[in-house]
Ligand binder design. Structure first.
Ligand code: HEC
Length: 123
């Protein structure tokens, strides 16, 4: 009985460690997302230029969006124009050297999906 108890506790502890290893925190705008935008998007969507009238310096500005409407739909990466255009390699424009990598796109998707949705029934 004593031995069995020891084994049980041992395996529970191991399970905890594995779960902790796998858990990933939701990406953070300032820490994880902004550096990608700064390198690959802000030259055309920032202080000096706003392609499609889109300003990507703040989340608020991206929620407002540009000519085509909101660039980000909170909680719905798949319905976010920003993700769609990167996915179809329309942004950044093809002539640009620095395309968004698949791991960066994955991070952006997780960032948007982790946002609480504001208007789940609309649009
Ligand atoms: C070389 C300049 C340039 C770069 C770099 C660039 N864009 Fe754009 N973007 C534009 C222009 C110009 C438009 C306006 C539509 C068009 O003419 O294609 C646009 C439009 C958009 C739109 C649609 C805006 C709307 O409401 O119509 C989104 C979303 C967007 N870009 C996202 C991005 C993202 C994300 C990046 C970085 C990964 C990026 N862009 C990098 C120039 C750029």
């Amino acid at each position: 009985m004593v031995l069995l108890g020891g084994l049980l506790i041992g395996s529970l502890a191991q399970g905890r460690v594995q779960a902790d290893d796998k858990r990933e925190a939701a990406p953070d705008f300032q820490r994880d997302v902004r550096p990608i935008f700064e390198e690959k998007c802000l030259r055309c969507h920032g202080a000096k230029r706003r392609g499609g009238k889109l300003d990507m310096r703040t989340l608020e500005a991206m929620l407002t969006g540009g000519d085509t409407g909101p660039a980000i739909k909170q909680g719905h990466a798949d319905k976010s124009l920003l993700i769609e255009l990167i996915h179809h390699q329309e942004m950044p424009p093809k002539k640009e050297k620095s395309a968004v990598t698949s791991s960066e796109l994955d991070l952006l998707r997780r960032w948007i999906d982790s946002m609480p949705g504001k208007n789940p029934t609309r649009g």
